[in-house]
Design a protein. Structure first.
Lengths: 248, 303, 418
């Protein structure tokens, strides 16, 4: 879709966080995060439970307003933009735990993903494309979202996010609670989505999987960036191997 | 036997009104998990919107005689408009600032809005009932041995029409789907690009439009409007919403008719002076034994 | 979902917040400086009261008293400050005319009711919109068991119990508490907003029953010619004498309520109010404590009912409409939930001020509001309830704890863009 879809470093970063502090109430779950995602990349954000990964994504998509710091996307500041407007700027968020609308049908869930779009034909075409990527959803279009299995819900959550035609996709723990086979499928899909031109910021606890598909990665520890490197370097680093890949 | 048929017709008429009001409670509850205590007052203000429209036509034109269907339609629209404007104001001023406050706060604020509107109208009308101009054609049809007035048929038909329209709006349109999405998960709805604030306002507006229309029609049926007219129907409609399962659209419709009929039959079985008690007793019984209602999903009651 | 996520950080932040507030209090020093303020204000109050009939219009006097009382309550933060206030309140009626004494009686009576409702709403966090039910129970009980006259109900005539005011007081206390428990049992499992509407229903049912019943209540004809309280061979029948009775009751109620709040029971209520699930997981029997709140609140309301029946000498179903519950709720909330000083202020503002301004006309040039105090009081209360919730949810004179809870919610709110 975009000319510069190849994973090369662009002049200005696609997404840029600069000293972002954010959290809930008095507790700041992230304490000054600086990171960049270049156009066409898959960037992995790994870290332990409670390191601030989800908070980072929720702050980017506007659900949380940063206490301080700046967030830029395609050269414009977005840190004071309402969440529904962030979507129209080209960022979609696949939330943690999938957050399917369980009382809406699968089709309605997908249509909600395209809420801001008005091109009926385009929406129908994208709906076809999504059920092409995830054939299991096609059979279940009329079922309530709540009746799907965990894996199907994850597919629906990703499909729903794609319906907005995002240029940047934020994914929060897509592997959570899925069988190894399904994780494999989902990650293959992630690679495909990226190849089709969508930049991806991927939050994962499954560091091994994340670093296989990512171009670069950041390690988040107690709300701050502890390490930043290419995926290959991270896979080789002692810290990551010991702490996140479970090797000794 | 005729008496029972008559009571059934009474119950269906009243039940339709309760059902239409109940939809407003259920919609707002669905998106905000809040009981809009002032909803009964929207019904009352709608009735006054209709009253002043018809009154103006009566005093300044002859259209109430020459074109009653037009003036009635305009009165209903005026009632809907009045309620809608008030609903937007109350959401903006009294409820939105309290969206993240402790639960008790929006509830008390809503009670405040209810007291404010009721007493404002009480003063405005000098505590007198306002008698509607006789616009709706008198007369009735005979069904067997039972007399059914035109206005009653109109009321029943209109309530069914409004419920159908609302049902289609909620189930079939994109905005309606967005309302359901916001009801289920506000944050995720925002991530879809849904403007949550706007959707909540739209929810209030839909409920208010129904309440306003119901207010005008009910006041035409009883031939007068009064500041206190929203209180009991408000509570009863709330009961109806709870009976059906608050948050559920078909539940509110069912609850409305169920309550209307129960109330109507109770005038014969228990005595007319206790008919207002029936709603409360039903409310208490349902809340104790089946708080999710007949149609609602069983969920954490403290959610 | 949304709620769950909020719950965790909330409990984490509340401690930090409370610490901060306590620190602010400790360093401000203002409270220390004004420690003896109330005593200085007392002669001032006395002077106003003594000089007022000669120098000032009575309305102005009342307003001044209100302002002084408010200042005192702002500054005084403990029980014995309240005692000073009591003394002032006791002296007041000596310098007043009958109309004003009546106002003071009503203020004191509603303070009692406010303290009772506050146990339910302010301490335990249960929104009760049918408080009038207990008030009515006390009043009807009095009318039924005192020596019957021509205006008594058939039941009272038949039984002729002939009790006097004083033994009826404890009787009403117990009876209303039992009714409180009886009404409480079925509704206690309900969530806050459901509870509100069900209690509202109870209040209305009681009134409708009283209106339609005849043997006990004489229906809409009401019960009248009830005896006044006897007092060493004479009867207490002036507004001033009854004012002293209700003042004593008010102070007993204040004392009892404060003691209970600071006890184990009070802490259990606080836990329930903040988070019922957490409270019950900490081993607090929420049912028992909620019922206890209902019973205590009801008992105080019942006593209030006895007093008002004795003062009016009559009981009618229309005395117990929804407006009574609304008045009491408004004074508790406007004054400040969970706090006795707030309730005093609330009673002055919600019950006293409208009476003082009964025939006050507000001329805005293009429109004139006539009889603001009498006709617009409920309009103003409605607006005030909204305004207090939006602008100052902890009320005008909140308890510290309550203020912390509301402020904390506000801080959280800032984090949310949606």
């Amino acid at each position: 879709m975009r000319e510069d879809a190849a994973p090369v470093v662009a002049q200005s970063a696609h997404l840029e966080l600069d000293g972002v502090v954010s959290g809930y109430g008095q507790i700041m779950a992230i304490k000054g995060i600086t990171l960049q995602v270049q156009t066409g990349e898959i960037v992995a954000l790994i870290g332990a439970n409670g390191a601030g990964k989800s908070t980072t994504l929720r702050t980017i998509s506007g659900l949380l307003r940063p206490r301080s710091g700046r967030i830029g996307f395609e050269g414009e500041r977005i840190d004071a933009v309402a969440p529904h407007k962030i979507v129209s700027r080209g960022i979609s968020h696949v939330p943690e735990g999938r957050a399917i609308f369980s009382r809406l049908t699968v089709r309605e869930n997908l249509e909600m993903g395209a809420f801001q779009r008005t091109d009926r034909a385009g929406i129908e075409a994208d709906l076809d494309r999504v059920v092409g990527i995830f054939p299991r959803l096609r059979e279940r279009l009329k079922q309530d979202g709540g009746t799907l299995s965990g894996g199907e819900q994850q597919m629906l959550a990703i499909g729903r996010a794609l319906m907005a035609r995002p240029r940047l996709l934020l994914m929060d723990e897509p592997s959570m609670g899925l069988s190894p086979v399904l994780v494999e499928t989902i990650f293959n899909t992630i690679i495909d989505i990226n190849r089709n031109g969508t930049t991806i910021l991927l939050v994962e606890q499954n560091a091994a999987m994340a670093l296989q598909v990512a171009t670069r990665g950041y390690v988040l520890e107690s709300g701050a960036i502890a390490l930043e490197a290419s995926a290959a370097e991270l896979r080789a680093s002692d810290l990551v191997r010991k702490t996140y890949l479970g090797e000794v | 036997m005729e008496q029972w048929i008559q009571l059934t017709i009474d119950g269906i008429t009243l039940g339709g009104v309760y059902a239409v009001i109940a939809l407003g409670y259920t919609l707002v509850y669905g998106v905000l998990r809040m009981i809009n205590f002032a909803h009964g007052e929207l019904f009352m203000m709608g009735a006054f919107g209709g009253f002043y429209t018809l009154d103006a036509f009566e005093n300044h034109t002859t259209m109430n005689d020459s074109l009653p269907s037009l003036t009635i339609a305009l009165a209903i629209f005026a009632g809907m408009g009045t309620s809608v404007i008030l609903a937007i104001l109350m959401e903006r001023l009294a409820y939105r600032p309290l969206r993240h406050a402790p639960r008790l706060a929006p509830l008390i604020s809503a009670i405040g809005v209810s007291i404010l509107l009721r007493n404002l109208m009480l003063r405005w009308t000098n505590a007198r009932r306002q008698v509607f101009p006789q616009v709706f054609p008198r007369g009735s049809i005979e069904i067997g041995d039972v007399n059914v007035t035109y206005i009653r048929i109109f009321l029943v038909a209109l309530s069914i029409l409004f419920m159908l329209l609302l049902y289609i709006f909620i189930q079939r349109t994109k905005t309606g789907t967005a309302i359901r999405a916001v009801a289920e998960d506000r944050d995720t709805a925002a991530l879809m690009g849904i403007d949550v604030d706007r959707t909540i306002v739209l929810t209030f507006v839909s409920g208010a439009a129904l309440a306003g229309a119901a207010g005008v029609c009910y006041a035409m049926y009883t031939t007068n409007a009064a500041a206190g007219m929203g209180f009991l129907p408000g509570i009863k409609a709330f009961t109806a919403a709870v009976l059906g399962g608050i948050g559920s659209v078909p539940g509110a419709m069912f609850g409305g008719y169920f309550l209307g009929l129960s109330e109507s039959y109770s005038t014969k079985l228990i005595g007319a002076q206790y008919k207002d008690v029936v709603a409360f007793v039903l409310l208490v019984l349902v809340l104790i034994f089946r708080p999710w209602g007949f149609f609602g999903k069983r969920e954490d009651r403290r959610a | 979902m949304v709620q769950q996520r909020r719950r965790l950080p909330r409990s984490l932040t509340s401690e930090a917040l409370r610490e901060r507030i306590d620190r602010m209090r400790a360093t401000s020093g203002g409270a220390q400086l004004f420690r003896f303020g109330p005593y200085a204000l007392l002669p001032l109050l006395g002077a106003i009261a003594a000089l007022s009939p000669a120098l000032l219009s009575t309305r102005l006097t009342f307003l001044l008293i209100l302002i002084v009382a408010y200042l005192m309550m702002r500054i005084v933060d403990n029980l014995y400050g309240v005692a000073v206030l009591a003394l002032a309140l006791a002296l007041l009626p000596t310098a007043m005319d009958g109309f004003e004494r009546n106002i003071m009686f009503n203020v004191a009576l509603y303070t009692v009711l406010g303290i009772g409702l506050n146990v339910v709403v302010g301490y335990a966090g249960l929104l009760d919109l049918g408080y009038v039910a207990f008030f009515a129970a006390g009043a009807y009980l009095y009318a039924l068991v005192v020596a019957p006259d021509a205006g008594a109900s058939e039941w009272a005539q038949n039984w002729d119990l002939g009790l006097t005011f004083w033994p009826v007081l404890p009787l009403a206390l117990v009876a209303a508490a039992l009714i409180g428990v009886a009404l409480g049992v079925p509704v206690l499992r309900l969530r806050g907003d459901y509870l509100a509407i069900v209690t509202l229903g109870f209040g209305e049912i009681i009134r409708i029953m009283a209106n339609n019943e005849d043997y006990y209540t004489s229906g809409p004809r009401g019960l009248f010619l009830l005896p006044k309280p006897p007092f060493f061979g004479r009867e207490l029948d002036t507004a001033q004498e009854l004012y002293f009775v209700v003042l004593v009751v008010a102070f007993v109620a204040v004392f009892a309520a404060e003691r209970i709040r600071d006890s184990r029971v009070g802490r259990a209520w606080e836990a329930i109010r903040e988070d019922e699930d957490v409270a019950s997981s900490m081993g607090i029997d929420t049912t028992v404590y909620k019922l206890l709140a209902f019973a205590i609140g009801a008992a105080i309301g019942g006593v209030g009912g006895v007093i008002v029946a004795a003062k009016q000498g009559s009981v009618f179903p229309t005395d117990f409409n929804l407006d009574v519950s609304i008045n009491v709720l408004a004074l508790v909330i406007i004054g400040g939930m969970g706090n006795v000083r707030g309730i005093l202020l609330g009673a002055l503002l919600v019950v006293g001020l409208p009476d003082v301004l009964r025939d006050f006309n507000l001329d805005l040039g293009f429109v004139t509001f006539q009889n603001v105090g009498a006709d617009y009081r409920l309009v103003i209360f409605g607006a005030a309830l909204v305004a207090v919730m939006v602008l100052r949810p902890e009320g005008l004179l909140p308890s510290r704890r309550r203020a912390a809870e509301f402020r904390e919610a506000e801080l959280l709110e800032q984090e949310y863009a949606t």
